[in-house]
Design a binder for this molecule. Structure first.
Ligand code: B12
Length: 305
C-alpha cells in the first residue's frame, strides 16, 4: 500500500486537483496525511474512494448527497460494488520481461527499483493482479523449466510476499467485518495465491485470519470452534490424483456441515465436478471471490437490520 501525492491522485482518478481539494475541505471525504514537507499524501483507499465518488456522480448522485452519507458508509458500499474490470487487469507484459532480465545474473538494485517504481504508481489491488501474481507465475515456471536457480526464485517469492504482507498490515482491522479464515490445506505449499486472496479479502473490509500453507484440516476445525468464522477460504493449487481428491472432498464435506467453505485455485477448479451437489462453493477466479464477499456483506447487513 502506498501514499500518493495529489498530482498522481488526479491522474489515477481523472479528477482535477482543485476538485480533490474542495472535496477534502468542504466535505471531509478524504483526509490526506501531510508529509514532512507538507505535501498531501493520499492512501490507496482514498484513491479508490475518489474513483467510486466519480462513478456515483456519473450515475446521477450529487456530491452533497454523497457527503451526507459519510465516508464510512461510502467505503462500505465501494468495497461491495467494486467489481474488478478483468480487461484492465491483464499482466504488465513489458515490465515482467524487464524484471525477469534483471534476474540472471541477478541485479537486485535494478530489479527492486523497477518493481517498486511500477507498484507505486497504480493501486495495490491492480499491482497484485497485473504485476505481483504474474511475476510469481513467470518465476515459478522458469524454475520448473530448469531455467532459473531456486535461490533466485526464493528471493523473488520473498519480495512478493513482503509486499503483500506489508500492504495487508497497513489495512485497518475491521473488527465487525465478516470473519474469514484463509489457508492452504495440508500438502499444499504454493502460498502466493492464498496470500493474495487474504490481502484482497482484508482490503474489502473482512476480518481476516491468514493461516498460510500446509494446514491440517483437523487443526483448522479446532480453530473454527474458537473463531466461529463466517467463511473459510481454501487455496488448492495442485491437481490431485482421484484418490487424493476424494479424500480431501470427504474432509471438506465434514467441515462444510458446520462452516461455510469456498475453495479456489487451479487444484480446486480441477475438482469442479466433484464439488457439484456439495455445500462447498467453487470460486473460479478473483472476480468470483469478489462477488462471494459482496454477498457475505449483504447477509451480514441484513442480519444487523
Ligand atoms: C510458483 C510455483 C512454485 C514455487 C512456489 C512458491 C511459493 N512458495 O508459493 C516453487 C518454485 C517454490 C515451486 C515448488 C514446487 N512446485 Co510449483 N509451481 C509454481 C507455478 C509456476 C505457479 C504457482 C503459483 O504460485 N501461481 C501464482 C498464483 C497466484 O496462481 P494460482 O496459484 O493459480 O492462483 C490464482 C488463482 O488460481 C487464484 N487462487 C488461488 N488460490 C485461490 C483461493 C481462492 C479461495 C480463490 C478465490 C482464488 C484462488 O488466485 C490466483 C489469481 O491469479 C505452478 C505452475 C503454474 N503455471 O501454475 C507450479 C506447480 C503448481 N508446482 C508444482 C510442483 C509439483 C511443485 C513441487 C512439488 C516441485 C518439486 N518437485 O519440488 C515444489 C513443491 C512446492 C514447495 N514445497 O514449495 C506443480 C503441481 C503439480 C500438480 N499436481 O498440480 C505445478 C502445477 C507445476 C507443474 N506443471 O508441474 N512451485
Amino acid at each position: 500500500m502506498y501514499n500518493h501525492r495529489i498530482h498522481r491522485v488526479a491522474k489515477l482518478t481523472d479528477l482535477s486537483k482543485a476538485v480533490i481539494r474542495v472535496w477534502e475541505r468542504r466535505y471531509g471525504l478524504v483526509k490526506p496525511l501531510r508529509s514532512a514537507n507538507r505535501y498531501r499524501e493520499y492512501t490507496d483507499e482514498d484513491v479508490a474512494l475518489l474513483r467510486f465518488l466519480k462513478e456515483e456522480l456519473n450515475r446521477g448522485y450529487t456530491i452533497g448527497v454523497l457527503a451526507d452519507e459519510g465516508r464510512e458508509s461510502l467505503l462500505q458500499r465501494m468495497r461491495m460494488t467494486l467489481i474488478p474490470k478483468q480487461e484492465e487487469l491483464t499482466p504488465h507484459k513489458n515490465l515482467l520481461n524487464e524484471l525477469v532480465w534483471c534476474l540472471d545474473p541477478l541485479d537486485k538494485i535494478r530489479f527492486e527499483q523497477k518493481l517498486n517504481g511500477a507498484v507505486a504508481v497504480i493501486s495495490f489491488d491492480e499491482a497484485v493482479q497485473r504485476i505481483l501474481l504474474p511475476l510469481q507465475l513467470r518465476v515459478g515456471e522458469l524454475w520448473h523449466e530448469g531455467r532459473l536457480n531456486i535461490a533466485i526464485e526464493h528471493y523473488v517469492t520473498k519480495v512478493i510476499q513482503q509486499k503483500l504482507f506489508s500492504a495487508m498490515n497497513q489495512l485497518p482491522i475491521n473488527e465487525f467485518g465478516p470473519r474469514v479464515l484463509i489457508a492452504c490445506p495440508n500438502g499444499e505449499f504454493h502460498e502466493i495465491g492464498a496470500q493474495a486472496v487474504a490481502y484482497l479479502t482484508a482490503a474489502r473490509g473482512c476480518h481476516v485470519y491468514y493461516l498460510g500453507p500446509n494446514l491440517p484440516l483437523e487443526d483448522l476445525e479446532a480453530l473454527c470452534e474458537r473463531v466461529r468464522p463466517d467463511l473459510i477460504l481454501l487455496s488448492l493449487t495442485e491437481t490431485k490424483s482421484d484418490e487424493e481428491a476424494h479424500r480431501l472432498l470427504q474432509d471438506l464435506q465434514l467441515l462444510s456441515h458446520r462452516w461455510h467453505i469456498a475453495v479456489g485455485g487451479k487444484g480446486a477448479v480441477a475438482m469442479e465436478q466433484l464439488l457439484e451437489n456439495t455445500k462447498i462453493a467453487l470460486l473460479n477466479d478473483l472476480a468470483a471471490l469478489h462477488n462471494h464477499l459482496a454477498s457475505l456483506f449483504s447477509i451480514q447487513q441484513r442480519a444487523f437490520h
